[in-house]
Design a protein around this ligand. Sequence first.
Ligand SMILES: Nc1nc2c(ncn2[C@@H]2O[C@H](COP(=O)(O)OP(=O)(O)OP(=O)(O)O)[C@@H](O)[C@H]2O)c(=O)[nH]1
Ligand SMILES: [Mg+2]
Length: 254
Amino acid sequence: MAAEAVNFSAMDDTGVILQNPPWTTPANRLLNAPAAQRANRMNPIYRKARFLLSAPDLRHLPPDTGREVAFAGRSNAGKSSAINTLTGQKALARTSKTPGRTQQINVFPVSDQRYLIDLPGYGFAKLPQAIRAHWQRTLPEYLQRRRSLRGLMLIMDVRHPLTALDQQLLAWCGAVGLPVHVLLTKADKLKQGPAAQALRHTAECLARDHPDTSVQLFSALRARGIETAHGKLDEWLQLETAAHSSAAAKQPRS
Ligand SMILES: Nc1nc2c(ncn2[C@@H]2O[C@H](COP(=O)(O)OP(=O)(O)OP(=O)(O)O)[C@@H](O)[C@H]2O)c(=O)[nH]1
Ligand SMILES: [Mg+2]
């Protein structure tokens, strides 16, 4: 897609997508309402999230009967921090300055049969080879087999988006028809101009190669972009609010 085809008046001061630029999916139109309407859609249920279990492999996950959204991305990108910010809890998921902190699949129920899943990161060369090999096998298997998985939050550092491993993950998701929403996180590390430029560049690449993928800026540290991300989670988890009744009618993944 040509760069000039992308409408970048489509960002508010937090850099989230407000209109219907070419890379948004029909479902993303839920995110495009005025601020007051979006506030009504905010679902307090996320604050009730709690820790359930850490699964070393897929066999230890809860029964595959509910709905779940997984947070994936490179080691240290900010997956666990994003879960904490989106649930309004400081230490629900364990975070660390050192890459490779999350090494198991951590499961956080937000309500009955509705889960947030914190995945181990990829791309950290210093992890023991056996651990990396195990995860390289387990991640595609999880994406392919897990029926409860309704969407993937792909967390990318806004300063280093779309690495080769991120592209591989996007390709796997595309192959199994799994919807992806990208959080370009650590947006607080960039000034507004460079952050908007990173959003535009990422959106253009996604529009070209993965047209059903949506993207927004996010900061766990400054709690920016929460409403938009909650909108996506509400939709995928079918967390009922009056404003989301149309999204709840969407077909489950087949
Ligand atoms: N400035 C800033 N720092 C962040 C943000 N999100 C996460 N961090 C920091 O980035 C580091 C890694 O965060 P984590 O949430 O542990 O990252 P992760 O992706 O879960 O890492 P692994 O579990 O090792 O794969 C920590 O030092 C966080 O404080 C953010 O939005 N802004
Ligand atoms: Mg983590």
